[in-house]
Write a protein that binds this ligand. Sequence first.
Ligand SMILES: *Cc1c(COP(=O)(O)O)cnc(C)c1O
Length: 349
Amino acid sequence: MKAIQKNIDQLIRENVKKLKPYSSARDEFKDFDKDMVFLDANESPYGDKLNRYPDPLQRRLKERLAMIKGVQEKQLLLGNGSDEVLDLIFRAFCEPGVDNVITLPPTYGMYSVLAATNNIENREVLLNDALQPDTAAILQISDDHSKLLFICSPNNPTGNSAKKEVVENLLHNFEGIVVIDEAYIDFSPEESWASRLDEFPNLIVIQTLSKAYGLAAIRLGIGIASEEIIRVLNKIKPPYNVNLLTQEMALKGISETTTVKNHISQILSEKETLIKVLLKVKFVERIFPSDANFLLIKVDAADKRYEELLSSGIVVRNRSRQPLCEETLRITIGTPEENQKLINILNAL
Ligand SMILES: *Cc1c(COP(=O)(O)O)cnc(C)c1O
């Protein structure tokens, strides 16, 4: 049975609907590539372009990103990392102390931190044994105040992707907004949900330059959604949330397509090599299927193995405290040299 979908307007917080956004100097006069005398923003007249405020809507960068992602510029929102984009989504749709969100542990820790920061109830529905969203339980626990559902695919820390039919079902039947976090999509054989934006008005896709693009330091997160949703998020974002250096480095980074592609295929082939080695390591009991640039492995004693690796100079992530992840370590795929070092140590343990 298909639920009656709410329209976006019904999901937005009342105060957000009413507010008049801050209008910056750069919003009022937009043509700042023109040769004008700029005396409108109380900037210093001295300096080599860093004296000027950056484009609040990052037009040049969005133009390129829209091409790469196959969407329109007005369907993009850029933030200071995906974490800022996620926070804006909470603040646009969730009324503190009233609304709730649904998250699917084991998953990315920021969703619950952002829920707590914004005083929003977080209703957790564990992934099922196949590490897929439990659709029936999600729909059962959600109510009129369930504004957001977070699906991380490929999922951190397990590495697997949510099945297409499962996500489709939730997009059709969850009455709030479905946020699909695709931080690892560039490593995955699955198609991005951004290609289905026109079918699902309640969909927000999150991507980032922090993983496959190798630009975690510049902090650039990408929200992809309908023009209507993007307009709401733009209304409440800090005016200059993506600084000029980030915009410039991002443009450079996304233009180096061959390098990025080569790094991705190198990482994927290294992942296969590492899987083969791990299958032969006696204390490794399970390797979780991964569409990402990391592997979650179940070992005999995670704390002990974590310490052993640490004292050999290798830092991995112990994920054992997460549900369904007892005795697991999460290992990011490194360079061939780094992976070889890991392999030598594993074989010696
Ligand atoms: C790494 C990661 C991100 C990236 O966050 P940024 O703020 O863009 O660096 C987002 N979501 C998940 C699930 C991640 O693992």
